[in-house]
Design a protein around this ligand. Structure first.
Ligand SMILES: C[S@@+](CC[C@H](N)C(=O)[O-])C[C@H]1O[C@@H](n2cnc3c(N)ncnc32)[C@H](O)[C@@H]1O
Length: 325
């Protein structure tokens, strides 16, 4: 069993909405659960603490540091084990440890605080470091390699589509002109110089987000293929659920939340069937039911963990027979 002291010492990532996660996902004793974004195990620990009778919890993460943290947890608690890999491969990763169906799957999308806070990982412009941004350190393409070789149009599209950056073209243009770029601060300075000052951007004060925030987010999403991973991970998690099993997803920006919201709604609607043809009642049933509305962190949690401010937590329960084909 893991104690509260272990929980506090487990690293520097405060799990977002941990109470809500435990309440909504842990609805069966002795179930099989998957934490598809282990990070530093904040949610995994909360799940293990929340249900003493839990049969099994498998953590997944593509980051080697997260994997190392998971190894420590697995030595302390034999109900837990960690597999390294992408959650788009959740079905094969779970199968490799003998799991073909689950009672709950959690996905807490994005980067962890330890990833953001370590300048060597290159995710943040708050401290200087190599322009890396790979969640999986064994992946071939780093942010620097991509930015220093990509076409102007490709960079513009990434900044626009994944960062909703108004000044995507201007920023991309400056990036191309000032290449090669090797460090996070160098890139942040190029971006800051490329965009108009806050007042001309429509902001009344200078206390707005750093002008590089959206571009860094966009480049990170692109480098880690986060949108495709989310789409595939959602489907993999859903297909692993037993009837009555629940999939919970926490997202941190509107693009991701929209994707989750739309797919969950679709799963909770009855399928479109040809009119006037006889159908079996079970074929007209939706595959899932939404568990409440989207949840947000409470004011107290946000005051203690500002990262929770933009979190959205959505949960869906499977109604139909599990199809593991
Ligand atoms: C927001 S953090 C999760 C924090 C975790 N819930 C906790 O309480 O410590 C997201 C984690 O998911 C991992 N991750 C992101 N995308 C992934 C993917 N496609 N496959 C596997 N792991 C992924 C990241 O490496 C990171 O460690």
């Amino acid at each position: 069993m893991v104690s509260l002291a272990d929980q506090r010492m487990s690293g520097h990532h405060a799990p977002v909405m941990a109470t809500e996660v435990v309440e909504k996902l842990l609805h069966r004793t002795n179930g099989t659960y998957i934490d598809a974004t282990f990070g530093r195990g904040g949610h995994s620990r909360a799940l293990l603490m929340g249900m003493p009778g839990i049969a099994r919890l498998v953590g997944i993460d593509r980051d080697q540091d997260a994997h190392d943290a998971g190894e420590i947890l697995s030595q302390k608690d034999n109900r837990f084990e960690l597999v390294r890999g992408c959650f788009s491969e959740m079905k094969s990763l779970a199968a490799a440890v003998g799991i073909t169906a689950a009672d709950g799957v959690l996905m807490d999308i994005g980067v962890s605080s330890p990833q953001l806070d370590d300048p060597r990982r290159g995710f943040s412009f708050r401290a200087d470091g190599p322009l890396d941004m790979r969640m999986d350190q064994t992946q071939a393409l780093s942010a620097a390699e991509w930015l220093n070789g990509a076409e102007l149009d490709e960079i513009t599209t990434v900044l626009r589509d994944y960062g909703e950056e108004r000044f995507a073209r201007r920023i991309a243009d400056q990036i191309v002109r000032q290449r090669p770029i090797a460090s996070t601060i160098a890139l942040a300075e190029i971006i800051a110089a490329a965009v108009p000052p806050p007042k001309r951007r429509g902001h009344r004060s200078a206390s707005t987000k750093h002008p590089a925030t959206k571009s860094f987010q966009a480049i990170r999403i692109f480098i880690n293929q986060e949108r495709a991973e989310l789409e595939a991970g959602l489907e993999a998690g859903w297909s692993l659920l037993r009837p009555g099993g629940r999939l919970g997803i926490i997202t941190f920006h509107s693009l991701e939340d929209r994707l989750v919201k739309q797919r969950f709604r679709q799963l909770a609607e009855p399928p479109q069937l040809p009119r006037r043809l006889p159908v079996r009642a079970k074929d007209a049933q939706p595959e899932g039911r939404l568990i409440g509305k989207a949840m947000r962190a409470g004011a107290k949690e946000v005051s203690q963990n500002p990262r929770a401010r933009s979190a959205m937590f959505r949960v869906i329960e499977k109604l139909t027979e599990v199809d593991n084909g």
